[in-house]
Design a protein around this ligand. Sequence first.
Ligand code: GRG
Length: 306
Amino acid sequence: MMTEPGFSLFQITLQQRAAAVEDLLSELLSDRPRTGEISRPSRLMAAIRHGVLNGGKRLRPFLVMESAALFGADGPAALRVAAALECIHSYSLVHDDLPAMDNDDIRRGQPTVHRKFDEAAAILAGDSLLTYAFELIASEETELDALARVTLVTALARAAGVGGMTGGQALDLEAEKNQPDEAGVIRLQAMKTGALIRFACEAGAIIGNADSKDRQRLAEYGSAVGLAFQLADDLLDVTADARDIGKATGKDAAAGKATLVSMHGIEWTRRQLSGLVAQAEDLLEPFGQKAVLLKDAARFIAERQS
Ligand code: GRG
């Protein structure tokens, strides 16, 4: 493929994958009731669309699609799983922004869902996205055999649940009071943000019917990238301007929350990020040229500015 001047193949592919998943999400989240539904309340649907179709980077869908591409499986089934994962990610942001959690007014440069609508709408939008994600994967419209769909549903439920994202969020809320040590911070981050990113990469292997060795390799790549993602996020909280990243900054320090950046400093964090990128690249070595965009993704996530 020819690349446009100034844009890398990675950036172009990220945009193309994002556009494809957004097209599918627009269709899936329209006001039109789908088979088996009685109706779709229009204000709730508007709140849901505001939470999902408002300009995210779509990194998790990209990771699903590119991991599936390693096994020649980046077709419609992978796109539906990618869309389902973005529904869960978006729900987590909508709920995380609520007054009872992080109490944020701006997300992706726009008013948060509870600010534009109200708290009840934000809670229901998140609940709806969570359940819809599982329907999307389990549905017979997803062109995968039943075992693959059940395997994906199980892995996603674990990643999003008490042993993953929601458990990590609970530990994170406690962290402001009980100041976890380094191992505690790494564990809570692996749960809160790492688990969904790990799932994104492992999902590609499940969709592609990969053997257990390759599935494990992709999951480990996802863990390295997940940790890098969170470290980069903590770094941005210290170094970035809120206008540039479309959300509030300086929140960790204001909340007295320990992060690896507050424990070890900016230079240590940058060295760790380089080490995680190298680890991610090593894990992808057996896939050769096919994995070049996933290697770029690891670097992009570690060096991201938003
Ligand atoms: C409330 C159930 C529940 C869980 C919340 C993931 C999470 C757990 C909260 C998000 C809070 C937060 C800002 C965490 C930092 C890492 C993160 C998930 C950032 C946002 O993800 P991006 O950068 O966002 O991929 P976009 O907007 O590009 O989709």
